[in-house]
Design a protein. Structure first.
Length: 386
């Protein structure tokens, strides 16, 4: 079972990373956090062969240095997953509840800073693991473990279990519940005058994807943490029954399986991920894949050299003043160029203001505009965000 989880998880998360990096329409703010989550899942799953080898050989054969690396990376990536799920929940909150200011916050630069900060915080929180992880040599075996310092009041193992549970599961879970309570309340109360049906639908789809990933994470990790906390109240030298050992093994396997489930969830809940996975497996060209994908939330703007190839800019009337808007209408507002085929000329629409802009039905457009991939653009140009 562990081997199946490892193979499926590594292949699935590698595919997630590939399609997001390979196809421009997949490069959204939320997908960038999903990529970091996939990297954390892969690093977590890489530890399974070491665990499997130790179980098979009944001793740790990789030395003290690898013991520190194994324990530290496993702990870091375990807590990083919960941090990125919290970040994705916060990202949904900003996108849905603060649509006017969100384009200034949900940018490629800020998403990179947030991701780097998340990894740094995870590494700092797990410094104790690196300090105390070591091999234990006995008369007939060698094992890799964490040798916590003992005190009169509380054992090191108990202290670290509570430390990891609170920082790596309990607090992130509370924050996720708060963010999603606010998001769901906003989606229920927003009126049709404030949002178009298309934009509300896109927000609901992205919110559903992230919420499902979080729910599965909680269901997979909650049994693990229950068993770990239960160990605190178990006498140190008490022998465990075969049933208890089986429960612990199943809880551990379930926690690992969460890393393999995420790519499957993306494939079922996101049309773009599903299409990208299929095209990647058939080795389709990037332009061909982009042509089949619909624009999603907060697609990263193209580089400036791409904009230089475009022609004149088009001013879109706003409420009382002219605003310039980036034509790729994705689900949350940052987008790429739009191409008009009228008179065989190329018209670039750039964004001077990141505020929400709506093209009313009174504005006359000589001919329908089309995206570069050939699909028709909507007359509603409202920014969204994944």
């Amino acid at each position: 079972m562990y081997a199946l989880v490892c193979i499926v998880g590594l292949l699935g998360n590698t595919l997630v990373i590939y399609v997001v990096i390979r196809y421009s329409k997949m490069q959204t703010v939320t997908n960038m956090y999903i990529v970091n989550l996939a990297v954390a899942d892969e690093c977590f799953l890489i530890g399974i062969p070491f665990l499997f080898a130790t179980m098979f050989l009944e001793f740790w054969p990789f030395g003290n240095a690898m013991c520190k690396v194994y324990m530290t990376t496993t702990s870091i990536n375990q807590i990083t997953s919960s941090i990125f799920l919290t970040i994705m929940s916060a990202d949904r909150y900003v996108a849905v509840c603060h649509p006017i200011s969100s384009p200034r916050i949900r940018t490629p630069f800020i998403s990179k800073i947030v991701s780097l900060t998340a990894w740094t915080v995870s590494a700092l929180l797990m410094v104790p693991v690196f300090m105390y992880a070591s091999t234990m040599e006995s008369a007939d075996t060698n094992s890799c473990n964490i040798l916590w310092p003992e005190s009169e009041n509380v054992s090191g193992q108990t202290a670290f279990t509570l430390y990891s549970f609170i920082l790596g599961f309990a607090i992130p879970l509370i924050l996720i519940f708060i963010f999603y309570f606010l998001v769901i309340r906003k989606l229920k109360t927003v009126g049709p005058k404030n949002r178009s049906k298309e934009k509300k639908k896109s927000h609901r789809k992205v919110t559903k994807l992230v919420l499902t990933v979080i729910t599965v994470y909680v269901l997979c990790w909650l049994p693990y943490w229950i068993t770990q906390v239960a160990l605190i109240f178990t006498p140190p030298k008490q022998c465990q029954s075969s049933f208890t050992i089986t429960v612990f093994l199943l809880a551990g396997c379930l926690s690992y399986s969460n890393s393999a489930m995420n790519p499957i969830l993306y494939a079922f809940l996101s049309d773009n991920f599903k299409k990208s996975f299929l095209k990647a497996c058939t080795c389709a060209a990037g332009k061909e894949v982009n042509a089949t994908l619909h624009m999603e939330n907060s697609v990263f703007p193209r580089k400036q050299k791409d904009h230089n190839k475009l022609g004149n800019t088009l001013n879109v009337p706003g409420k009382g003043n002219n605003r310039m808007y980036n034509g790729h209408d994705d689900e949350d507002g940052e987008a790429g160029p739009l191409v008009s085929r009228a008179d065989h000329s190329t018209t670039g629409i750039t964004m001077a203001s990141r505020s929400n802009v709506t093209m009313s039905s009174e504005v006359r457009v000589p001919e329908p505009t089309a995206l570069k991939n050939g699909t028709r653009s909507s007359t509603i140009l409202e920014p969204a965000n994944l």
